[in-house]
Design a protein around this ligand. Structure first.
Ligand SMILES: Cc1cc2nc3c(=O)[nH]c(=O)nc-3n(C[C@H](O)[C@H](O)[C@H](O)COP(=O)(O)OP(=O)(O)OC[C@H]3O[C@@H](n4cnc5c(N)ncnc54)[C@H](O)[C@@H]3O)c2cc1C
Length: 472
């Protein structure tokens, strides 16, 4: 029987993988990955992405080998490689799970048409989301721009079907030429990834283990702990979701099977709902990766200050909660959600630097960098997105730190030079008397930077810029 090519992209798992499952039902399967970063347009994978991808593909290749299957790895133009592999193996069908990023959606539609023209049968599946973004519409048939009604609608039409089992690869086929994952040279030439390596284990098995831990140990306190960067209170499943090592349906079922009526579980699933909302937005408003959803912000007078940008990127703003977040990001490729909101508010409102700069930096440094979530997170923070936080709600980095990192544990972990400061000053070292600074071993301006701007002055300036924007 002619084999089926399963073109894997961003769905590096065996379980609950509809393309793989249905292909295996039809006969022999050729699991194929094509490394084609240029096809991702302006959002080609950054350094941290590539690190994760290397390990995710390695893990998938090992999992497939242990089931008598083989991951075929190619590099080049996706359509050319698909056609070549079909020619080399006599494949009659190509299956894949859909992607929703604007450049990839356009590419995949073109590839689908070209494969059909070449007499190949094509089937695509929905597995990255709980809902097809086209399925969720207002009663008037429009896309949503506000989260609460969006999520209410989603919950009313949700597909709660059980996740699919992993497929049985019980028919063999001749394999085409393949590169090794190492040949893709995704790992950095200079090894900067030590902190990332120590913190993360990419791959399907690690994703399932983390979900199990979270559901057993942390979900019931999620609602209270999720805003606390000093606690291990969130699932940290974001990079696993980003690479499709676990599906949202597996999470949905895994959570509800154990905690059908729990407040923490409900709160957690609504965060999965925010992920659905981000994809809904990027699908219906693809221009938002570059342009504000709220057009009023097109005229915002962003500042072009490279020195400020570099100090923000490196965690040297002089505001401890901001710097702790940026240093956490640099070291482990991830940052707590509350702190992402604080650093994003700081960049766009205290420093008045365009959210594009923040989104780009996150894209290069996050292991979970996801075009939908990143775009939505930055637009929301800058005040220009759907259901955005109003511009005038400007996070105060001191009170945010005191509220969500009350003992300064998070700041002390990422800024060890402040570790001896008393709790009272940990979020505002500039207020500490000289004798306290010197007994804590801190010389401001030498061991730790002076504040880059005064927050209350910056706030006034930001409000002025906002007030001057044309009304919609
Ligand atoms: C400026 C900014 C940029 C962001 N960039 C990204 C990004 O590139 N990739 C990314 O996955 N998330 C991004 N987020 C959303 C959020 O910060 C992360 O999803 C979350 O911190 C991941 O940690 P977790 O898995 O422990 O989350 P949990 O609290 O355990 O949540 C579970 C899952 O729900 C989803 N989720 C949670 N919060 C949000 C949210 N606010 N918006 C959309 N989905 C959410 C994620 O998939 C997450 O893994 C961004 C947020 C902001 C404010």
């Amino acid at each position: 029987m002619a084999p089926t090519i399963v073109w894997l992209h961003n769905d590096y798992r065996l379980r609950d993988n509809p393309a793989l499952f249905h292909a295996a039902m039809a006969g022999p399967v050729i699991p194929l990955v094509v490394w084609a970063p240029d096809e991702e347009g302006d959002w080609a994978p950054g350094g941290a992405h590539r690190w994760w991808l290397h390990h995710s593909l390695t893990s998938l290749a090992v999992d497939l080998e242990s089931r008598d299957s083989t991951l075929v790895v190619r590099r080049g133009d996706s359509l050319d490689e698909l056609l070549d592999v079909a020619r080399e193996t006599g494949a009659a069908r190509v299956y894949w799970n859909q992607r929703y990023e604007p450049a990839l959606r356009t590419r995949d539609l073109k590839i689908e048409a070209a494969l059909r023209d070449a007499d190949l049968q094509v089937k695509t599946f929905q597995s990255a989301l709980l809902h097809d973004p086209d399925e969720v519409r207002t009663n008037a048939g429009n896309p949503y721009r506000v989260f609460t009604p969006f999520w209410k609608k989603c919950r009313s039409i949700i597909d709660v079907a059980s996740p699919l089992d992993e497929p049985a690869f019980n028919a063999s086929t001749d394999l085409p030429d393949s590169l090794a994952v190492d040949d893709l040279e995704l790992l950095p030439k200079i090894d900067w990834a030590e902190g990332i390596r120590e913190r993360w284990s990419p791959g399907e098995a690690a994703a399932l283990k983390r979900l199990e831990w979270f559901v057993d140990e942390a979900i019931t306190t999620y609602d209270e702990d999720r805003n606390r960067p000093d606690l291990d209170g969130t699932s940290m499943l974001s990079p696993h979701l980003r690479y499709g090592e676990i599906s949202p349906r597996q999470i949905w079922n895994g959570v509800l099977n154990e905690h059908p009526d729990d407040e923490g579980a409900r709160s957690y699933l609504s965060e999965i709902g925010w992920r659905e909302f981000s994809y809904h937005l990027i699908y219906h408003y693809p221009h938002t990766t570059e342009k504000p959803l709220n057009n009023r912000f097109a005229a915002f007078p962003w500042s072009d200050n490279d020195t400020h940008l570099k100090r923000w990127q490196r965690g040297n703003t002089g505001y401890p909660i901001v710097d702790a977040g940026m240093r956490q990001l640099w070291h482990i490729g991830w940052m707590h959600n509350r702190v992402r909101m604080i650093v994003a508010s700081f960049l766009t409102k205290d420093l008045l630097i365009h959210w594009h700069e923040g989104a780009r930096w996150f894209w290069d440094t996050l292991v979970d960098g996801d075009l939908a979530n990143n775009t939505q997170g930055w637009q929301w923070s800058a005040g220009s997105g759907a259901d955005a936080q109003p511009f005038f709600r400007i996070f105060n980095p001191v009170s945010q730190g005191e509220r969500y990192d009350p003992d300064g544990k998070y700041v002390r972990k990422w800024i060890p030079e402040l570790s001896e400061l008393p709790d009272k000053y940990i979020h505002k070292p500039w207020d500490a008397p000289d004798d306290v600074l010197s007994s804590s071993g801190v010389q401001l301006g030498a061991d730790y930077p002076d504040r880059i701007v005064d927050h209350s002055e910056a706030r006034t300036k930001a409000m002025g810029a906002y007030e001057n924007l044309p009304r919609n």
